[in-house]
Design a protein around this ligand. Structure first.
Ligand SMILES: [Cu+2]
Length: 285
């Protein structure tokens, strides 16, 4: 056609645009901007109970039963709270686009919704700074909590080298299709298919598998680690609540993976010692 037509990605021709602040004020006066702000607040408040529902779901079976699980729950709570404004905003735009513009066809922009906010320095800066700050907060929070959880699960250092680790209970955990076996090497190799643990004492797990890859998940204690054939993975926890909890397999391991579960009994020290004696575990030190 004509040689004077600019390529489609050429920058917009300079116009007599009003200053950014003025355009922000104009933008706020538009119907969609007002509705999106109102909807963001309403949807945000509707989403708030989600945080407590998540915690209630996690705590249904008695969690948190350790400091690690408490840290995990706090992190889930904080991450959910921080993501609510963004989620609410995205849903607000979606709801308004579906309902407010349903009568608009093609690329036609309603007169009271134009011109585009694109290119507004204040808008772009605000959006970039706010989302960067939120993302950075989550990264820092995540790293601090990760360090805390790693310390509380004794990292990858053997129990003996941990502060107070010499008193730790050692449990050898073996997964196989589709059962868990727990061996207590400090108690004459006592074995059990229910995980008995003492309350308020460090426990150190040596985890392995006899066949395929499983994953040892002590749900309410916040412990989850791969069980690999031919290798030993190590982790630990200090249960701080007596009660009955759950062990599940968290790695798809075959037909009955979903049924590869058993109980955890966290007992007071005396009850744990009695269990060891009654089960033929000999000395209880
Ligand atoms: Cu499994």
């Amino acid at each position: 056609m004509t040689a004077t037509m600019p390529p489609p990605d050429a920058p917009e021709a300079p116009t007599n645009r009003p200053p950014s602040m003025h355009r922000v004020r104009n933008w706020i006066r538009r119907p969609y901007a007002r509705w999106v702000m109102v909807l963001t607040v309403v949807i945000g408040f509707l989403l708030l109970p989600l945080c407590w529902l998540l915690l209630a779901a996690m705590n249904q079976t008695g969690a948190p039963a350790s400091e690690i699980m408490q840290d995990i729950e706090t992190t889930v709570f904080v991450f959910t709270i921080v993501s609510i404004p963004i989620t609410a905003f995205v849903f607000a735009v979606l709801v308004y686009s579906l309902l407010g513009w349903k009568h608009v066809s093609g690329d036609e922009v309603p007169a009271d919704e134009s011109p585009a906010i694109r290119g507004n320095v204040i808008g772009a800066t605000l959006w970039t700074v706010v989302s960067s700050l939120l993302a950075m907060f989550l990264v820092v929070w995540g790293l601090v909590e990760l360090a805390q959880i790693t310390a509380n699960s004794y990292g990858t250092i053997s129990a003996d080298e941990q502060p107070g680790g010499k008193d730790a209970l050692i449990v050898n955990v073996t997964g196989q299709q589709w059962v868990w076996t727990f061996e207590y090497p400090q108690h004459d190799g006592l074995t059990s298919d229910v995980l008995y643990l003492p309350k308020d004492r460090a426990v150190y797990f040596n985890v392995t598998s006899k066949d395929v890859i499983h994953n040892f998940w002590a749900v309410e204690l916040g412990v989850k680690i791969d069980a690999n054939p031919g290798a030993i993975t190590q982790t630990g926890v200090t249960p701080n609540k007596a009660g009955t909890f759950n062990v599940r397999c968290a790695e798809l391991c075959g037909l009955h993976h979903a049924y590869m579960e058993t109980q955890i009994q966290v007992l007071e020290k005396d009850s744990f010692d009695s269990w060891v004696r009654e089960s033929g575990g000999g000395r209880t030190s």
